[in-house]
Design a binder for this molecule. Structure first.
Ligand SMILES: [Fe+2]
Length: 255
């Protein structure tokens, strides 16, 4: 039997009724969760890869927790550049942090170890980072689990995606991060968010995927190095099946 789980990202929660780029993040998330409950209640869990709250405000995290309470399976949370780490930790006390206070933790399953990473720099900055303290935690974690399949989850992609408005630069410490991750041969897939685009490929031997946001999308533009432009492509979530042989990812455009 494959293991099944759900990945979605960039929900950008505000207050109920408040819109963002002409769309309502709260309602769009609710439609996502209703769809997951209706069609995928056999999934083991969901993972949400950041930008949980658009302005990192506590009422948005509380609203999110209320909504996630309705989901028939656990939801594991990763923070993104729009999140505020300390506010998140105050509101979501059940989410673990590492010894330095970064929101990093593992979820151990029969199909392998799911490693949740914190790539946030400081409030207000879009830049991703993976400093020495975080690298030390990840190295210890990967050594501990070096004989098991490992799946990584992070908000920022740790490499260029060839959309100039993202690659300007987008991720500090990317060489150190890449060197460390690629020194382990048991990492089976990397899931990320941040891009608000469906992007798939392979990074020096590690397959990866990102999904559209549950709210607004980034226009596909490989030419202009200016600010990101947003558009109203349909939101989606990923239905992921894991076996010893494969990682299979289905996109469900749930609206
Ligand atoms: Fe986002």
């Amino acid at each position: 039997m494959p293991m099944k789980f759900i990945h979605f990202t960039d929900i950008h929660q505000l207050q109920a009724g408040q819109s963002l780029h002409g769309l309502n993040p709260h309602e769009r998330l609710q439609a996502c969760l209703d769809s997951i409950n209706q069609f995928h209640d056999d999934a083991e869990f969901c993972v949400i890869t950041g930008d949980l709250a658009h302005r990192g405000e506590d009422h948005a995290y509380r609203l999110l927790l209320d909504q996630l309470d309705q989901v028939k399976m656990p939801c594991h949370l990763v923070i993104g550049n729009h999140d505020h780490r300390e506010t998140f930790k105050n509101c979501c006390k059940h989410v673990k942090s590492d010894i330095e206070g970064f929101v990093q933790y593992t979820v151990e399953t029969n199909s392998g170890v799911f490693v949740m990473l914190d790539t946030v720099t400081k409030p207000g900055s879009d830049l991703g980072a993976y400093c020495k303290q975080r690298q030390d935690w990840l190295q210890k974690t990967l050594i501990k689990h070096q004989n098991e399949p490992v799946f990584l989850f992070m908000h920022h992609p740790p490499f260029e995606i060839h959309i100039p408005a993202f690659d300007k630069p987008a991720f500090n410490d990317k060489n150190a991060f890449s060197e460390m991750v690629h020194s382990f041969k048991n990492i089976r897939h990397l899931f990320f968010g941040h891009t608000h685009r469906p992007i798939f490929g392979n990074w020096q031997g590690i397959s990866f995927s990102s999904m559209r946001s549950t709210n607004h999308q980034v226009e596909l533009n490989f030419k202009e190095p200016s600010e990101l432009k947003f558009c109203d492509e349909k939101p989606e979530y990923a239905v992921v099946f894991l076996t010893d042989e494969s990682v299979v990812i289905h996109s469900h455009s749930y609206l």
